[in-house]
Design a protein around this ligand. Sequence first.
Ligand SMILES: *Cc1c(COP(=O)(O)O)cnc(C)c1O
Length: 233
Amino acid sequence: MTFEQLSEQTTEQNYKLICSRVKKAHDRFDTDTSLPTIIAVSKTQSSEKIEQLLDLNHRVFGENRVQEALGKWPDLIEKYPDVELHLIGPLQTNKVKDALKIFNTIQSLDREKLAKALAQEIEKTKKNINCFVQINLGQEEQKAGIEPESALDFVKNCREEYGLNIIGLMCIPPFGEAAGPYFAQLKLLAEQVEVKNLSMGMSADFETAIEMGATHVRVGTALFGTRSLPLAK
Ligand SMILES: *Cc1c(COP(=O)(O)O)cnc(C)c1O
């Protein structure tokens, strides 16, 4: 067996395993709701690797950099037009136009200036864009996101002032801490601000997140294997 065949088989095996782990975790949470969406986080991964998942009929992917995504995805989207691409990394307002060329969902809406820029570009392009508001649950200085106590006003403002389609909340809990309490907090917050979707949980903790009500999990390493170092900015 060549190395290529071996790694292909591994992506397929990883994918099947993740799907079954997602289903089992979801059964423990609630069998009446629909299965959580697996966002395959393909940042730094090659088009070849991504295509292995597309060939398995997976269609929902996450990228964290607009430039990288613009380089990789147009050709893939041409071949697989029903791809759904989520931006999960920070978005600068001067990249909004580029981002809306390929992303369907912005998960990192974290400030009013960005809400305004998104609204203006959506108005121009008439594209149907979904947004998650990123919440800074750990109140970490260096991390993006809306403070939990401002979430209600922010979501309301995004909807009423800017007409954005806010469908959920997203969080990245502080590294190295147990994520469970943060996931529980995001779930409560989502009820308060009246959004249905929760994007929480990554390779290390997606099952915990699902047991606490995640509707979207963002899984990279557990699907594709370890990433090469991110490209320099
Ligand atoms: C990279 C990334 C992920 C995926 O992380 P893994 O641990 O590789 O599953 C999820 N969410 C965000 C915001 C990321 O940047």
